[in-house]
Design a protein around this ligand. Structure first.
Ligand code: ADP
Ligand code: ASP
Ligand code: MG
Length: 452
């Protein structure tokens, strides 16, 4: 039995949903039951919904309402193309009710002029709640027994709205009585990704790109044999295709390599996805929904050593480097604790850390609290901030046992000014921080050297 997660482009329009249905029916015919299906919002819908919230909260209610009408139209049109009778019946009524509610909420936000994270989650969840209803109805229309599963009854989270953390035991129990029960009854459960609810029943979301995470949670919760991530590229590639024109497909990858790549910018996989799979040792496959016969990428605990010295590159832009200097750091203890307490207080994660005799340098992705952080650090040190920096990360299990690979990677970048260099304890990645303007060149050089 497999879990199949489909991203936004794989449910973007009726044609995409037809391709999805073929993939689902093929798996069902092969396995004799399931699969469990997890879907993202139709592509662009989550961004559009956040736009609705921003417009309404900014007092631009007419703008918000016209965005809502466009979304209503798109969902009705998709439903009508795939399941015409249902679109005139229950499904159509559910879509209308959902957007009527959203319009009422937008008017209220326009008065309040404020959008709390809890309200934002209610708005953002609409995309997945509707795409999953449409896919369930479309499957039924072609004669595949299906069941819409309300994600708010399947994924239980804490109340950290907009980036909620799943409660594993509660979620597993909820998945058994919803998703697994549907499979045992001979149906294909269809659940919206990204969305969950607190124990008290408040709608939450798992953070942008979180549908992958939902897919993995469902897979772990029902004990699936495989978690499939269906997307718009052939699998994990040797570099982000928006940065390198002709990256290669990575056929096999270890869980650890995938986790590092996802964390350091390979958007094809949400960074939290791997954990539930690791805990149950469930293989994850990344596949292209436009080319369902491709082999894709298979991620497992210990694949055979890769043919190339490095497995893949990842990069992240828009980072800020913060240098924290104190002469009192020399030979003193407690300094690092004070530094990291400040980041903790403002709930800001740091990606890379290096230290020298008197300076700690960290990179920050989330700039929301940067000013306050700098103020707090300045109370006990000198602080400098450098924006427009980028991170480049080379990942490969072979880095652990073949030290020459790291030397070769850094050597290739000899003419690029590197601001920080770090090799993690796992020694599975080597990460450099450089000026954003140098990133493209550095990526080209490394990719050419190792995958050209
Ligand atoms: P989905 O909507 O299916 O979840 P995403 O847009 O979240 O899809 O992720 C797929 C995208 O990830 C690709 O279209 C590609 O541009 C980007 N990407 C970045 N790095 C990589 C990589 N190393 N391999 C594959 N895709 C990558
Ligand atoms: N729809 C959500 C987003 O755009 C979740 C996802 O697609 O994974 O972030
Ligand atoms: Mg994604």
């Amino acid at each position: 039995m497999v879990v199949q997660k489909f991203g936004g482009t794989s449910v973007a329009d009726p044609d995409a949903i037809h391709r999805l249905m073929n993939i689902v029916r093929t798996a069902r015919a092969r396995d004799g039951r399931g699969p469990a299906v997890v879907v993202s919002a139709m592509s662009g819908v989550t961004d559009a919904l956040l736009g609705v919230a921003a417009a309404a909260g900014g007092g631009r209610v007419d703008d918000a309402l016209s965005r809502i009408e466009q979304l209503r139209e798109r969902h009705h049109a998709t439903a009508s193309a795939l399941a015409p009778a249902e679109a005139n019946g229950a499904l159509g009524a559910q879509i209308s009710a959902q957007f009527d509610e959203l319009a009422a909420l937008a008017r209220a936000l326009g008065v309040l002029r404020e959008v709390s994270p809890r309200t934002l989650d209610v708005v953002a969840a609409v995309g997945e709640l509707l795409s999953s209803r449409i896919v369930a109805a479309a499957l039924a229309e072609v004669g595949t027994a299906s069941e819409w599963v309300d994600a708010r009854r399947a994924i239980v989270t804490n109340d950290d709205h907009t980036r909620a953390v799943p409660l594993v035991e509660e979620t597993n129990a909820a998945l058994k009585s919803s998703v697994l029960a549907a499979i045992d009854a001979g149906r294909v459960p269809v659940v919206g990704g990204f969305v969950g609810a607190t124990i008290a029943g408040h709608t939450t979301t798992l953070g942008r790109g979180g549908s992958d995470y939902s897919g993995a949670l469902v897979g772990a919760g029902i004990g699936a044999d495989e978690i499939q991530i269906w997307t718009d590229v052939d699998g994990m590639l040797t570099a982000d295709p928006r940065v390198i024109q002709t990256p290669r497909l990575v056929p096999r990858l270890s869980f650890s390599e995938a986790a590092e790549l996802a964390y350091f910018g390979a958007k094809v996989l949400h960074p939290s996805t791997i954990l539930p799979a690791v805990e149950r040792n469930i293989p994850v496959r990344i596949l292209n929904s436009r080319k369902p016969d491709g082999d894709g990428t298979t991620i497992t605990a210990e694949p055979a050593a890769g043919a190339t010295p490095l497995t893949a590159l990842a990069c992240k832009r828009d980072l800020t480097v913060v240098d924290i200097t104190s002469s009192r750091m020399l030979m003193a203890y407690g300094f690092l604790r004070r530094v990291f307490e400040v980041f903790e207080r403002y709930r800001t994660a740091v990606d890379v850390v290096t230290t020298s005799e008197v300076t700690v340098s960290v990179t920050v992705d989330d700039r929301r609290h940067l000013e306050a952080i700098v103020d707090a650090l300045s109370e006990f040190s000198q602080v400098t901030v450098e924006p427009e920096m980028a991170l480049l990360c080379a990942v490969g299990d072979r880095l652990r046992n073949e030290p020459a690979i790291a030397a070769r990677a850094v050597g290739v970048l000899e003419e690029v000014p590197l601001r920080m260099i770090s090799q993690a304890a796992s020694r599975r990645n080597i990460t450099v921080i450089l000026r954003q303007n140098d990133l493209q060149h550095a990526m080209n050089r490394l990719h050419e050297e190792f995958f050209g």
